[in-house]
Ligand binder design. Structure first.
Ligand SMILES: Nc1nc2c(ncn2[C@@H]2O[C@H](COP(=O)(O)OP(=O)(O)OP(=O)(O)O)[C@@H](O)[C@H]2O)c(=O)[nH]1
Ligand SMILES: [Mg+2]
Length: 340
């Protein structure tokens, strides 16, 4: 126990080896990780968390690499978390990331971690959130979180980032993806990367058109999933932020400084409008709800008499009982047990 307290203390001092060690503990879901995170929690909430999402291959890693270099030129420190959802090709992608990010290594003001993808996407989202907390507590001022726009993950990231960059590249069928994935709602900044390729202008036009169709590009619902998160609905209304569309060529650095300006503008906007607080509250509520669910499920499963789950599942499979009633039954059994 003193071991984890000590580890947490060293993380707070910004000790890189302690940060790396704790991140590994978090990834492995080691029991010590939760204790250390408890120690760190009061010191979190300082970093500007920026999510970068978009279709595979649109240039997110290249962009993150250039952004990090640009941020470092200005002074602030940067944490980078690359999230790779389960994919048979992820080995290659991770290797590619390492090579591309190599020119950042050696800088003490940057910490890079690729998250291994094990377990459910939900588990990955939680682990990512915890790693972000570690980097936040360690004093990294801007934290860039890269996620592939696969299924639910970009929504997860959007609700845990202050600022979400949605990256599009011309000629990748992104126009369809944009509509499908509800990406208009989560974007705080649109990045049209690979602006050196033909079709960039068309992508920009399409985004502008969709923005007009959607009235403004704001995302009033962002982060408000889940029952507890609704507590924050009383917060300030999503305001007059016009989602900028920034063109970049990540391979040459073109447009990167403009993108950084847009990121800072958005952070300032969040502060001045009171949205920063609202998003923090929604984030905390969502995270807390997840923890409650996880804990309650774990408790339920642990206390169930041996064989009970199997027998219920068999009954459901045989259509002898419906899953709604079955779930209700198990929950009620547990409640009765607690009360007796
Ligand atoms: N022409 C052009 N190529 C680019 C640009 N940005 C990135 N690329 C190239 O696009 C390819 C994919 O870039 P990545 O940065 O790995 O893209 P990613 O979105 O991180 O990919 P995943 O993590 O696999 O989803 C690489 O070959 C890059 O060199 C750009 O602005 N212009
Ligand atoms: Mg990548």
């Amino acid at each position: 126990v003193t071991d984890t307290a000590d580890l947490a203390a060293r993380v707070l001092e910004g000790d890189r080896r302690a940060v790396a060690r704790l991140v590994t503990l978090v990834e492995n879901e080691s029991p010590g990780a939760t204790q250390a995170l408890s120690h760190l929690f009061p010191q979190t909430g300082r970093a500007h968390i920026v999510g970068i999402t978009g279709a595979p291959g649109c240039g997110k890693s290249t962009l993150v690499n250039e952004l990090a270099k640009e941020i470092r030129r200005g002074g602030p420190t940067v944490g980078i978390v690359a999230v790779d959802p389960s994919s048979p090709f992820s080995g290659g992608a991770l290797l590619g990331d390492r090579i591309r990010m190599r020119d950042l290594s050696g800088d003490e003001g940057i910490f890079i971690r690729s998250m291994a993808s094990r377990g459910s996407l939900g588990g990955l989202a939680r682990a990512t959130g915890d790693v972000v907390k570690v980097l936040d507590a360690a004093g990294f001022e801007i934290i860039l979180v890269e996620t592939v726009g696969a299924g639910q993950s970009e929504v997860d990231i959007a609700s845990s980032a202050h600022t979400t960059l949605v990256v599009q590249a011309p000629g990748m069928g992104d126009d369809i993806q944009a509509i499908k994935a509800g990406i208009m709602e989560i974007a705080d900044i649109f990045v049209v990367n690979k602006a050196d390729l033909p079709g960039a202008e068309a992508t920009v036009n399409l985004l502008q058109m969709m923005q007009r169709l959607g009235r403004d590009g704001s995302r009033a619902d962002r982060g408000h999933h889940g029952a507890l998160a609704r507590a924050s609905d009383a917060g300030p209304a999503e305001t007059d932020w016009v989602v900028p569309i920034v063109q970049t060529v990540a391979t040459t650095g073109m447009g990167i400084s403009e993108l950084l300006v847009a990121m800072h503008d958005h952070r300032d906007h969040l502060y001045h409008s009171g949205l920063y607080r609202a998003r923090e509250e929604a984030r905390v509520a969502r995270e807390f709800e997840l923890l409650l669910r996880e804990g309650l499920l774990r408790d339920l499963l642990r206390r169930m008499p041996p064989g009970r789950m199997e027998s219920v599942l068999n009954q459901v499979a045989a259509r002898q009982i419906d899953p709604y009633q079955a779930a209700q039954q198990l929950i009620e059994d547990r409640c009765r047990e607690v009360l007796s």
